[in-house]
Design a protein around this ligand. Structure first.
Ligand SMILES: [Mg+2]
Length: 348
């Protein structure tokens, strides 16, 4: 890159894009960070510019922009937190649930929306026009698992040296276990570029033990109007079902930390506890491990329709209790048999 050439970049952070235009190839990565600080308020030492690479590594602050091979208009994904956000997160009292952009919905409202023809028309349009790029092929007899990314598989707001630090614990174990029974789709309310970037970062796109069927981005979503909450963007599973008739409400489950995303298909959605504050919660978060168990167990059912995913933990708990009880009964029966045989032997 010519050193005098103007460098124009887009920095994506916290779901928003920021244009950085007044730099040239002579400027350093440090200057770029200072400019990002002006735009976002994230201090340079807290900024992690994920896809800014020099010789495969994050460049030092004195590295010149001209050596980085940046395309004009390149997009850079930033992770990093504001000082106030960090102070806020670390001062939050224990046990107080964090509510940011989720809202709960009552059952009556879900049904009312689901049957609205205008939304079915929108879904039809997505089925016809939304282009899906297959990453692998559907496998006969597999059920369908649809996964959100942010706060479901990945804490996208904390700062870290590498994306992997922000990965939800047991992600690869979860995907490997689920892949035995489910074709897996990733659906995130962001653009395809970021989905691909994040999946690469987490090592999902290249993992040897499972394959993702395809990714879906915000363009496959539709906006619906709810009387109570106004306009909301949701992820209608009908788009997938329309394109792939082997997947139906009977064999599809969707995991998302925002219940609103299930508004069109409430019965197929399981709201996962959000994974936030990765540095604090990484040591104890076992959500994916537990859900892998649930997904394995329900995979034996012909129809998910009888399940209430809101009670998934309760369901799992009851199943284990029943099994334990059955084992105890079987052991008792065996003991009784042993007694009989002992008596018989003694008689003989
Ligand atoms: Mg999410």
């Amino acid at each position: 890159m010519d050193c005098e050439v103007k460098v124009s970049l887009t920095v994506k952070w916290n779901g928003k894009e920021y244009e950085v235009n007044d730099l040239s190839g002579n400027d350093s990565v440090g200057t770029l960070k200072a400019n990002i600080y002006k735009l976002t308020g994230v201090r340079p030492e807290r900024q992690k510019l994920l896809n800014l690479k020099y010789k495969g590594k994050m460049p030092e602050d004195d590295c010149q922009l001209s050596v980085l091979n940046l395309r004009a208009g390149a997009k850079i994904m930033m992770m990093g937190s504001l000082e106030e956000a960090i102070a806020d997160a670390s001062s939050r009292p224990d046990g107080v649930p964090e509510v940011l952009d989720d809202f709960d919905i009552d059952d009556g409202e879900e049904v009312a929306i689901e049957n609205r023809h205008v939304y079915l028309d929108k879904i039809d349009k997505r089925i016809r026009t939304y282009n899906i790029e297959m990453l692998s092929e559907p496998r006969p007899g597999k059920k369908l698992l649809v996964l959100d990314i942010d706060y479901t598989l990945f804490d996208h707001r904390s700062s870290a040296e590498t994306g992997v630090e922000l990965m939800r614990p047991y992600l690869h174990e979860f995907l490997t276990s689920s892949y035995a029974f489910y074709d897996i789709v990733i659906w995130s309310a962001t653009s395809m570029k970021w989905i691909e970037e994040k999946m690469k970062l987490l090592g999902v796109s290249t993992h040897p033990d499972y394959k993702i069927l395809f990714y879906m981005d915000h363009l496959a979503m539709i906006s619906v109007h709810t009387p109570k909450y106004g306009l909301a963007e949701v992820k209608p599973l009908g788009v997938i079902w329309g394109k792939f008739p082997q997947y139906t409400p009977k064999n599809t489950i969707m995991l998302d930390d925002i219940r609103r995303n299930f508004l069109m298909n409430p019965a197929c959605g399981l709201r996962i506890a959000p994974f936030r504050n990765a540095h604090t919660n990484r040591a104890t978060d076992r959500e994916l491990l537990k859900l892998a168990k649930y997904l394995r167990e329900i995979a034996a059912l012909d129809d998910f329709g009888a399940l209430n995913h809101r009670k998934w933990e309760h369901w799992l708990h009851r199943l284990h209790k029943e099994r334990k009880e059955a084992r105890r009964r079987a052991a008792r029966a065996t003991d009784a048999d042993d007694d009989d045989s002992y008596t018989a032997d003694a008689d003989a």
